[in-house]
Structures are given as C-alpha cells and as structure tokens.
Design a protein around this ligand. Sequence first.
Ligand code: HEM
Length: 596
Amino acid sequence: MAAFVDNRQFGTHMNGVVRSCGQDLKPSLPLDFDLDSSSSDEDENDDASYLKELIRKANAETEASVMDPRDEGTADQWVARNSSMVRLTGKHPFNAESPLPRLMHHGFITPVPLHYVRNHGPVPKAKWEDWTVEITGLVKRPTRFTMDRLVLEFPHREFPATLVCAGNRRKEQNMVKKTIGFNWGSAGTSTSVWRGVPLRQVLRRCGILTRAKGALHVCFEGAENLPGGGGSKYGTSISREMAMDPSRDIILAYMQNGEPLAPDHGFPVRMIIPGFIGGRMVKWLKRIVVTELECDNHYHYKDNRVLPSHVSPELANEEGWWYRPEYIINELNINSVITTPCHDEILPINSWTTQRPYVVRGYAYSGGGRKVTRVEVTLDGGETWHVCTLDHPEKPNKYGKYWCWCFWSLEVEVLDLLGTKEIAVRAWDEGLNTQPENLIWNLMMMNNCWFRVKTNVCKPHKGEIGMVFEHPTQPGNQPGGWMAKEKHLETSQDPKPSLKKSVSTPFMNTNSKMFSISEVKKHSNPDSTWIIVHGHVYDCTRFLKDHPGGTDSILINAGTDCTEEFDAIHSDKAKKMLEDYRIGQLITTGNIHKIW
Ligand code: HEM
C-alpha cells in the first residue's frame, strides 16, 4: 500500500465543485518539512478498492438534496437538504435526523443527505479558494494553510467512521423529565467515509512545543457566526495526548463519501475524531490553537457534559459543575437500538408468518475504538438473554480500533414474540462495558439504557390477529411511542398538577389583554416581534439579542403561532422565562383560545 498518497489529483475547488488543476501546482514546502516521517505509518490500512466499493454503494441509491421551502426566509435558504429529514428545532437552526427505517435501509454507509445534522446557528457561506485554517498558539511555526496547501502538502487518510450526537436518544430522557436539550430520537448517528489530513502531522509540521513548555491542549475553533450563548463561535478542545496519538486517526476532513463536504457537514473542512462524540468534531474549522489550558469557549464547558442526576441548570451554575473536568464527555459510550421491528410495524399472525422466524435487527456502537463484542436480546424483561449475530462491515485500523457502528440480528419464533410484552436489547464492548437496564437521567445527554420495544396484540384486518410494535419515542415533536402513553397514564392518575403545568405557568401573569391574529401578524419584524404560544401572546423584541437559539429562530416565527416548535425545543427553564414576555391572550373567532 502506498505510504504517501499524491493529492494533486484532488485539484482546486470552486463552490464545492472539483476542478482539476493539473501537475503544475507545486506549493513550496517549509525547509524542515520531513515528507517521510509524516507519511510512513499513517496510510497502511487505506484500502482503495474497499473504500471505493463503500462509497459506490452509499451513492448508488440517490437521496436528493433540494431547496426546502422550510428554509425560505432563513439564513440557510441557499443550503440544499433532504426533505425527509426530521427537523428537531423548528425551521432554524437546522438540527435533524433521518427517519430511522430510511437510515437503516442504506446500511453501513449513510448517504450524505440523510446524515444527521447538528448546527448551532446559520451555515457559513464558505468558498474553498478563500478558506484558511490557522495553526497557532504553542507551536514553533504558526501557519495559515489554504485548502489547497492542506490537501497538497500532506498525505491523506481515508476510512469510514460513525458519528454520533451525544444527544442521541435524548427524547427518552425528556419523557422522564425535560433536559436542557431538544428531542433526538434514535437516528442521531450516521456513518460516512471521511478523507482528510492527519492532525498530528499538521501539528508536527508547525512544530508543536513539548509538554514541558506547556503545550497540553489542542483547541479547535469553527466559523459559525453564532448568536447568544456567550461566544460567537463554536469551539472545544482535546488533550495533546489524544491529538498526537497515531492510533486515533484524527483528521482535518475535507471529503465525505467521495465528495467535498456538504455545507451542513462543515464545508470546506472539519475535524473528525473517530470514537468521540460529534460535539468535539468542529465543523467549518478556522483555527487550531495549542494551549496550556483547555479551550475557554462557552460550548466547551456548557455543553457535552454528563452531570450527576440531581444537578439542575441552576445548581450547575451556582456550584460550578460545568467546570469540573471529570464530567466532560469525549469518547462515546456503548449503545444499541432495535430498528426492526420499526415503530408501528404490524406483524399479522397467520399460518404463513408463523412458519418462519421473525428477524429482529438493529445497530450498536461504542467509543474509543472499542469493538462491540456482544449484543443480547431479551423477551422476558431480562430473565434470559439471546446472543445475536453480529455484522462488523468495517476493517479495524492497524491498532485494532473500530470506528463504526455494527449491525446485529436475531431470529425469533413468531409465537415467542406473541407471548412477550417487550423486546429489549443491550450491547457489550471489548472493555466489557454494557448498557444500564434503566435510564439514568441527567441534564443533557448520553442516554444508553436498554432499548425497549413494546408489543401489543392488534387486529390488522377483520377476523385476523396481529402484533403491533411500539418504540419508546418518535423524534422531535412527532407524537407516538410507549413512553408518551405511560407518561399520560401517570399524569392522568396524578391528582397534583402535572410537571408541564407546574413548571410552565407563564399564566400566573394576570395580564389579559386580548389580541386578534391579524394584530399579532403585524408584529413580525425585529422592531416588534410577537409570537403565540399555547394561545398566549408574547412580545420577544427585547429578548431577541439575548436568545441562545439566535435572533433568526424567533424572527422566522414572528407574528405566528409557534407552539409546537417552542415546546419541542425548550427546557422548563426557557418556558418559565417566557412568562416575562407575555402581553396578553389570543382571540379566536369570538372564543378565547383554549389554554394548555
Ligand atoms: C421569549 C421567547 C423565548 C425564550 C425565553 C427562549 C429561550 C430559550 C432558551 C433559554 C434557550 C436555551 C435552551 C433551553 O434552555 O431550552 C433557547 C434555545 C433555543 N430556542 Fe428559544 N426562546 C424563545 C423563543 C423561541 C422561539 C419562538 C423559537 C422558535 C420556534 C426558539 C427556538 C430556539 C432554538 C432553535 C434554540 C436552540 C436550541 C439548540 O440549538 O440547543 N426560541 N431558547
């Protein structure tokens, strides 16, 4: 296998289109650049035909990206997206996951338009030829690389890696008690073939200083022009040990599934840190700073942490929980999900279906390169477990690390399914980590309890019986899932006011001025911004500049009823804050809108 891959075939990019620039492009290299040391141990497991085949398969069944009318009027109206993606934070910013069956249909490599997206703000309008990545801080040779220099001066690495948002499966947490995050279902994960230049080689080229000289952390800074949130850019850091560890395959990626990155995935360049949570893989990468201290960006501290269950946002602020290093999340935890049966699937019970086994299927992943070694399914609440068949389509790297999800399956007799109330799955990795039986609630993320699918008897047709399967939740504000039903049962039997009512009582404010919808519609600009939530009218004008979700996300809803979106996105704290902005109530054709 070639130790050094000539990148000149890649050429120059213009607005995401590859333009070959031939052999005459020979950028000058620094005098002390050591070609050999930067390439010899990195490229051994690049297997061109294996990667080509993965990419071919991923792109064989096209999944279109189109201009989505939902983006009209937002800063992202120029970004093409797949219309099946489930939007989790309203129109803007774009946070979305694929419907789970659609994601699974494509198997190992996810087509780019179906890859989950986590954006904190508008997508930067980047141009390949203008973009630079600056390497600075505790390095001997601070350098600003153009994209062409990055591509041409370093050997590339290319391999498949699964990305997971640390919030994957968060809606289950939110059903127990609202966290400060929005409702990810179980498709907050996807796999691509990524190509990029190794971070450690870039840092070595720039002469990263020694630990003794204080070079302990490597900070990544993106270009997002972010609203509120205490900082205008997304940023985070990892330790020097991780950044320089050759076994971790950390790259500055510029291609995904054989194409330049899509705007939503960080065009022209982003970090890929295999085995880590997506939140450390900064998109639209602008700067890498080597420092003595961890990155001081708002998102580095106030996001991507698992705090003890009793810690509320207020306590986290008062007692400084955000800043305790032991609660940071870097590597993914072990997780698995049942994908077949899918939610609402019906299995008719008849002489044909009972003659053959039903195949239960799903995905599993773990962090830090740890291989998933076992997946087990129980049909009796954990009394007995069936060991599933595993399919690991990836080749581990030369250090034995696994960066991708795997798939599992188990043949089950239909009559056994008929006798059960629940199918549950748990996975194990080579560190013998496994998933907890019950959800361990925390303020933010990393839910990995057993994934449970409930079964119920139903009548698919007259005179026929069948089984219907129910997943715990559905993503975003989509209704459905057994957790919602159980919560409803709990609250309807509870004589005390429900959580939702007790914490979301903007209505203690006795202002009862009445407004017609046409009056509200007039206030849809930055000078006067009104919204309707649950039949109440709010004037958000003075809050626009402070809104953690950005000015745009409120402005595009100004003058309208955005109850569904507001509820889907916000924490109880945010709902309480709304109280301060209430100015009255909505009149609907003579009736007062029903409250809550
Ligand atoms: C006065 C009205 C509003 C208040 C007080 C408010 C408050 C907040 C707060 C506190 C957050 C941080 C996350 C949390 O604690 O839940 C947030 C985030 C956010 N809000 Fe609002 N919000 C308001 C209106 C809106 C509206 C009308 C929309 C659009 C429907 C919206 C969309 C968002 C989005 C997209 C985020 C970012 C979620 C993320 O990326 O994590 N907000 N808001």
